[in-house]
Design a protein around this ligand. Sequence first.
Ligand code: AMP
Length: 143
Amino acid sequence: MNPYTIFSDIVAGRAPASKVYEDDDVLAFMDIRPWTPGHLLVIPKVAAASLAELDPEIGGKLFQVGQRIALALRQSEVACDGVNFFLADGIAAGQEVFHVHLHVIPRTSGDGFGLRGRPVNAHRADLDYLASSVRRVLAEGDR
Ligand code: AMP
């Protein structure tokens, strides 16, 4: 997949961004269409369209930076009593920009943001079956 997106321009400094954090591997900046005020994105500097293409070490750094920012948000002037992380990997998941990014979404009670309502409890047998399937694939990856 073509690795070029607007985020490459932001990393290169060719497009504007309201940056909040930058190091050798990771950049964080405000989302231009925020779900809540203070919503920002944490991205790898090296373009990766999907999680499959992302170096796992950099993936770990995305979370570490997201974690730091989540703590900082609570002490900033952003209204923030809680935080959601969200990452869309693939069209079916709602991904629109094909450069991996972790959404960090400040939350306040009653802000209206939300995914779907919680479904009813699943059957244990279904949970066990799917868990064993994912465990099997993880174990194969360790070999
Ligand atoms: P996603 O649906 O997870 O791919 O989300 C892409 C996100 O990127 C959306 O929340 C957009 O508002 C955001 N976005 C797109 N272009 C820019 C930009 N130039 N600067 C900041 N955020 C952007």
